[in-house]
Design a protein around this ligand. Sequence first.
Ligand code: SF4
Length: 470
Amino acid sequence: MLKNVFVPQEEIEKELSLCHQLRSVIGGGKKAYISTFGCQQNEADSERLMGLCLLMGYGVAEKIEDADLVIFNTCAIREHAELKALSKAGYIRKLKEKNRSLITAVCGCMAEQSHRREKILASYPYIDFIFGTDRVHRLPSMVAAALSGKKQQIYVSNLPHSEFGVIAEGLPVRRESGFRGWVSIMYGCNNFCSYCVVPYVRGRERSRRSEDVLAEVKALVDAGYKDITLLGQNVNSYKGDYSFPELLRRAASFEGEYWIRFMTSHPKDASSELVEAMAENPRIAPHFHLPMQSGDNRVLSLMNRRYTREQYMEKAAYIKDRVKDIALSSDIICGFPTETEAEFDRTVDAVDKVGFDMLFTFVYSPRPGTPAAEMEQIDHKVKTDRFARLSALENRRAEELNQRFVGQTLRVLSDGRSEDGIFRGRTGHNKIISFTLPEGADQGKAAAGSFIDVKVRSAAAYTLEGDALI
Ligand code: SF4
């Protein structure tokens, strides 16, 4: 069991005061660069790491080549993401040859895997330190050690994964966007889906205090943020002072125009109370990401997902019925170990029947240390063929489903005018929409971070087009 998950405030204060001391050592003009792979949780961690970097006196480097501190925040969810991070880390040698005082670090989920740490240290001796997902708040100490000449340091928890994981409150955050913000509400996962490394690399589920979450949401709303996502590996098992649906309701209760979203929900835990909260409150964005993973009961059981195809489809139908025009999205793994053609056909059939606005389709990738990696694997070509079939189906279904928006006027959060001269934004359904302004209209009204009404003119599979009503 996890105990004392909160990092003592004195420890946080010590790190923050070290930041101020390091300013004189680091000196002016130095810059930091963080290369982030993987999910929104990593993006949220990188924003806190950059917050600490700024406090230490670093500026933000736009390019890796301009940096004096480089951090790779890695992902272990799929082999592709791991390889990408490692190949980028290899580039660091060239940069170190040019800048002898460059400090380099690797963190994130890959850093939690001992076989990856060994590979990083053996193959990339110029990496100064590696740190685990529960050490983000210790960045100032680690940088101080690197500045004093310590090389190839490893900072990870030595606790077993059943006891591992912390919550560090009160760290500075440097947000990437001025109007879209992430708020982590919990960390880790207890579900142990058989293909997933998250419970091993992010530790046991632990929830932030509701008052801390709500204070962060309110501060974002007060600062003009318009699209706020509550993050967790499985937000439905949030265990703060409130249940997740109640937390969501309260997060959506502040004064002002903004959307609240959440990521991700496990289908077995997505409750009717949550769906009702969405149905009642227009500030809760009408988008539900509900990962199905497979539409076949034997495969779902092998995945340890703990719901059946029938239960999933019933829940999806309920969500669509209760929340008007909701956009439902999902994840599917193609070619899970031992999956037969007939079993995959059932997944294709379920995807067709449910009708997803967006489908994230993955070729199964074995993750060392997970039960599925030990199962009988299937041929890569078979996996990619299944992937292609499912993608073709989804392209058709997404286009069909998007037609429901044609002729509707949607509230759009503008991303402003892109370099190609086109205005784009996102709807509450998280759909990308490009739009034109009426002749002579004040373009400031469609500036990035503004809400505007757009009448949808046409719809393709993953984009809408329309005319702004301003
Ligand atoms: S719910 Fe399953 S897939 Fe999602 S993070 Fe937890 S173990 Fe991984």
